[in-house]
Design a protein. Structure first.
Ligand code: FES
Ligand code: FES
Length: 154
């Protein structure tokens, strides 16, 4: 089947999509957007998080057909050209990126949190990021990154 959707503000089309295919597969393998990562493919790790009509979802759990006619924003779409979003830049500056596999999903989750709550407490940050697993950092630098991003919101 053909799936028509808007990705990062642009109308996109994917052909030959099969019924069981995920939105994550379409984004990565058909539309050339490898930012969202495929780590568990079971909705457990959050590394595939994207916005779907403005709401963060695990793209591995969304059937591609469910995205028909809808708006997707991926981690690539948070940047403004070459200028990183403050959340992305803060992850870099705080040293919150090691292997980087979890980073896109954490950036999307933190971006969503800060859009709703510009001055979150540590508890609120932990709760907002609870669905995103990181095997490398021990999470402290990730908390630092979100705190830093909160001070940089425009
Ligand atoms: S790859 Fe989607 S939640 Fe892990
Ligand atoms: S930096 Fe490696 S999983 Fe988080």
């Amino acid at each position: 089947m053909r799936v028509n959707l808007t990705v990062n503000g642009e109308p996109r089309q994917a052909d030959d999509v099969w019924a069981g295919e995920s939105l994550l597969y379409v984004l990565r393998e058909r539309l050339g957007l490898p930012g969202s990562k495929n780590a568990c493919e079971q909705g457990e790790c959050g590394s595939c998080s994207v916005y779907l009509d403005g709401v963060p979802v695990c793209a591995c759990l969304v059937a591609a057909g469910q995205a028909e006619g809808r708006e997707v924003r991926t981690v690539e779409g948070l940047a403004d050209g070459d200028r990183l979003d403050p959340v992305q830049q803060s992850f870099v500056d705080a040293g919150a990126v090691q292997c980087g596999f979890c980073t896109p999903g954490l950036v999307v989750a933190a971006h969503d949190l800060l859009a709703r709550n510009g001055a979150p407490s540590d508890e609120e940050i932990r709760e907002a990021l609870a669905g995103n697993l990181c095997r490398c950092t021990g999470y402290e630098t990730i908390l630092d990154a979100v705190r830093l991003a909160a001070t940089r919101q425009e």
